[in-house]
Design a protein around this ligand. Structure first.
Ligand SMILES: [Zn+2]
Length: 270
């Protein structure tokens, strides 16, 4: 056998294998097998693709189990208190872990209401989620919503990725959740002078068109901490705060977040 015979052998093998494969494929049964394997593959590949709404919802309902166990624990008159206390502690820890995992996975605010019952066990998590208004009550007027609108400067139809709060110049702007200031930018166009804060669970918030910045890059700020003042820097027709919430890299509608903390705390008191 010399060197030049090699390709011939491969051709023979390839042709034989290919013919065999096509022969098999012609069989009806095999098509069913391939179809079934594909369906099973898709079913078990959760997490491989982005998490579906339903799957996250399912996670919230599995938390009912913890709630039931907690009820049994609290109402149990048989177990001695040390064992009972320890079990309760473990259950609360498990609940918080679940909530944290859930908060990282949710794509926006639409599934948070299903967490309300459980957030009462660790309400301080609300300090780390953008869950309030970035301005003082009575100081603002919500002028522009999230979504498509006619742009006030260009006049064209454009998506607005945040909320516009009209407010007098120099009114205080507050962080809507605790986190780290990751960016402070000054620009003649776009958002003008703006701050970006990075929070836990994949949340970020952006505060645009400011006059003054009262924090520095890398600084840790608490929820409700003063970070800057309202202005009209950048592309702005008047004094207002442009506010954005970003979740896992995607700009989401901040509307459900504005009274989130207040509403959950209200329910906890009741
Ligand atoms: Zn805006």
């Amino acid at each position: 056998m010399n060197f030049f015979e090699l390709p011939n052998i491969f051709q023979k093998i390839n042709l034989r294998t290919v013919n065999k494969l096509f022969g098999l494929l012609r069989k009806k049964e095999l098509r069913y097998v391939i179809f079934t394997v594909l369906i099973i593959g898709v079913y078990f590949s959760d997490g491989f693709f982005s998490l579906s709404h339903k799957k996250i919802e399912k996670k919230a309902t599995t938390m009912n189990f913890y709630n039931e166990s907690l009820k049994i624990n609290v109402e149990n008159p048989v177990l001695d208190s040390v064992v009972n206390d320890k079990e309760r502690e473990q259950l609360l820890y498990a609940i918080e872990n679940r909530i944290v995992q859930f908060l990282y996975e949710i794509p926006d605010y639409s599934l948070i209401p299903s967490l309300e019952t459980y957030l009462r066990y660790s309400p301080r998590l609300l300090d780390e989620i953008p869950s309030c208004v970035p301005l003082e009550k009575g100081n603002y007027d919500l002028r522009s919503q999230f979504g498509y609108r006619i742009h006030p400067i260009s006049g064209g139809k454009k998506k607005h990725f945040g909320l516009d709060f009209a407010a007098p110049k120099n009114k205080h702007v507050f962080a809507t959740a605790s986190g780290t200031v990751v960016s402070i930018s000054h620009s003649e166009v776009g958002y003008g002078t703006h701050i970006i804060i990075k929070h836990r669970f994949g949340f970020q918030t952006l505060y645009g068109h400011l006059t003054k910045v009262l924090v520095s890059k890398g600084q840790f700020v608490k929820q409700h901490e003063l970070i800057g003042t309202v202005g009209a820097s950048g592309a702005s027709t008047g004094n207002h705060l442009h506010y954005e919430v970003i979740k896992n890299g995607v700009k989401v509608d901040p509307i459900p977040s504005l009274n989130l903390k207040k509403n959950i705390l209200k329910k906890l008191i009741n």
